[in-house]
Each structure stands twice: as structure tokens, then as C-alpha cells.
Design a protein around this ligand. Structure first.
Ligand SMILES: CC(C)(COP(=O)(O)OP(=O)(O)OC[C@H]1O[C@@H](n2cnc3c(N)ncnc32)[C@H](O)[C@@H]1OP(=O)(O)O)[C@@H](O)C(=O)NCCC(=O)NCCS
Length: 268
């Protein structure tokens, strides 16, 4: 979900967009609905839209300011729960204030299509126990959720607006950390970032951020935005240490028509 999607006020869509990739991956019909900061939100309208979709599961994301939405969606026809919260942090930089990126024993390498296998293996390792909103749903297979992360990351390789970067050790080229970026706007968005399981606790995440910030600055970007769940303390501490400012909180709800909920509960 791109950060900008939460900022651009718009009317409620006519229908919930079905997410075919997720439906195929998890074996139930799934859709996505996103509300933005300035939207005039009537929970009854949102509820009717979700019920009319007929989808088994709608993943609703909305800025935390819409405090009345959650309770207003639930009744005997629609079951739902809070699946996660995303905290967005942003930094617009003055190029002279970037921390130096130590180039001694690591380097940042842009990945290309031929690196798809390496990227997949690395993302699988980094995110194997990551607690995202899929993990809050007992009806979603967690291996399939990890496959989704891999698919999301590798899609960056064939795209003109996204990039995947690997931090590797020098001279042996061992992967240490990985990052995917959405470069569509002047403020780049870090979509995925993490350190391989065998290299944690040594400051590699901070080194990754140093290198990524310089890489972006060299490409004319004026800043960066990034998000995670409130429980990912190490990442949030790293961002605040280097001057990232808290920008936006977004809640995720998983909503299921009660018939789908009963059917899937019986299946599990
Ligand atoms: C969260 C994550 C990125 C941290 O990576 P990391 O390289 O282990 O992070 P660091 O080494 O910089 O920091 C880990 C801890 O070691 C400390 N540390 C930093 N430099 C250190 C060093 N040179 N030596 C020893 N410890 C160090 C940090 O202060 C931090 O402590 P804290 O958690 O109490 O703040 C990593 O665990 C990960 O990839 N997790 C899964 C994916 C994820 O959560 N991504 C981030 C959100 S998108």
C-alpha cells in the first residue's frame, strides 16, 4: 500500500476491489479497501459496500483519525477484527546532513531480473517470522503470506518505478540486508527492508539505511518514507535516532461476512 494512497481524499469507490493475487494465494475471495485522511467516512456506507462485494475477506486500511469506523462496521452480518497498525515515518533531507555511508566492508547492489532467486531466498529468510496483518488471521496460511512477500519483492525487479537493493559484504558478496523501494514520487517509499537472520544485532540495519539514503539522494530524491508495526521497536528506534519524523498511523481491519466466517471456521 503506497503512503500517498492514505493522503489523497476521494469518494468511496463503487465496489471493493478484488485482490486476485491474494484470492489465489490463500484460497478464499479477498479484496482491498483503503480510506484516506480527509475522506468523509460514513461507517454504514463502508459496511454496505463490503457486504455487497460478496468477498470472503476484505482488508480495510484507514488512517487512525477515523476513530469511529471500526465499531460502526460490525453487526450480525459482518465480523471483523483489528489486524495491525502501521506507523509511517518520514524524512526529508538536506543532503549535507546525511550520515556518511561507510563503504569499507559492505556495498549496496541494485538487483536485476537475473537476481530473482537470490532476492527470493533473502526475503524468505528476513521475513520468515515477521508479524504482519496476515499473521492476525487464523484463516490465512502463513507460508502463503511469506510467498506473498517474496512475490511483492520480486515484482520490483521488472518495474521502472521500483527498485530492489542488496547490501552485501565485501569482497565475498554475502547478502546482509535487503530493501525494496517505490520511486514514483519525490519522496521515495521503502516498502520492505530487513537484515538476514544470521547478521542481526551488529548495526547492519543502520548501515543499510545509511547506504539507501545516499543511493536515493544521488538519484535526486528529496526524502524517504517508511512504515512498520508498533512492535518493530528496533527499526523505529533506528529511524528516530536519524531524525525520521512520525507522519501517519494506519489501522488494518480484516472483515468477513458472517456466512464466510462460519464456512471458513468449519474448514479449518
Ligand atoms: C528489525 C531488524 C531490521 C533489525 O536489524 P539489525 O541489523 O539486527 O538491527 P541493529 O543491529 O541495527 O539493531 C539491533 C539492536 O542491536 C543494537 N546495535 C546496533 N548496533 C550495534 C552494534 N554495532 N553491535 C551490537 N549491537 C548493536 C541496536 O541498538 C539494537 O538494539 P535495540 O533493539 O535495543 O534498539 C531485523 O531484525 C529484521 O530484519 N527483522 C525482520 C524484518 C523487519 O522487522 N524489518 C523492519 C521493519 S520494515
Amino acid at each position: 500500500m503506497a503512503y500517498g494512497d492514505f493522503l489523497n481524499t476521494r469518494p468511496l469507490p463503487e465496489r471493493v476491489a478484488e485482490s486476485l493475487l491474494e484470492s489465489r494465494r490463500f484460497g478464499l475471495t479477498m479484496g482491498r479497501l483503503t480510506l484516506a485522511l480527509g475522506d468523509a467516512v460514513n461507517p454504514d456506507d463502508v459496511k454496505e459496500l463490503i457486504l455487497a462485494s460478496g468477498l470472503d475477506l476484505t482488508i480495510l486500511r484507514y488512517p487512525s483519525e477515523h476513530i469511529r469506523v471500526a465499531a460502526g462496521l460490525l453487526d450480525d452480518r459482518l465480523i471483523g477484527w483489528h489486524a495491525d497498525t502501521l506507523l509511517y515515518f518520514e524524512r526529508a533531507w538536506d543532503p549535507t546532513s546525511l550520515r556518511p555511508a561507510n563503504a569499507g566492508n559492505v556495498r549496496l547492489v541494485p538487483l536485476r531480473a537475473e537476481h530473482a532467486g537470490l532476492l527470493a531466498t533473502t526475503v524468505r529468510d528476513v521475513f520468515s517470522r515477521y508479524g504482519n496483518h496476515y499473521a492476525a488471521n487464523p484463516y490465512l496460511n502463513q507460508e502463503a503470506a511469506l510467498d506473498g512477500y517474496v512475490e511483492w519483492a520480486t515484482r520490483a525487479l521488472g518495474s521502472s518505478s521500483n527498485s530492489a537493493l542488496m547490501l552485501e559484504s565485501v569482497p565475498d558478496g554475502t547478502p546482509l540486508a535487503v530493501c525494496t523501494l517505490n520511486l514514483e514520487s519525490d519522496i521515495a517509499e521503502i516498502e520492505l527492508a530487513g537484515v538476514v537472520s544470521g547478521a542481526r544485532g551488529q548495526g547492519i540495519y543502520r548501515t543499510l539505511l545509511d547506504h539507501v539514503e545516499h543511493w536515493l539522494q544521488a538519484r535526486g530524491k528529496s526524502g524517504v518514507v517508511i512504515s512498520t508495526q508498533p512492535g518493530t521497536r528496533t527499526a523505529i528506534r533506528a529511524w528516530t535516532e536519524r531524525g525520521y519524523k512520525y507522519a501517519l498511523g494506519v489501522n488494518t481491519m480484516h472483515l468477513m461476512p458472517s456466512e464466510s466466517f462460519r464456512r471458513l471456521a468449519a474448514r479449518n
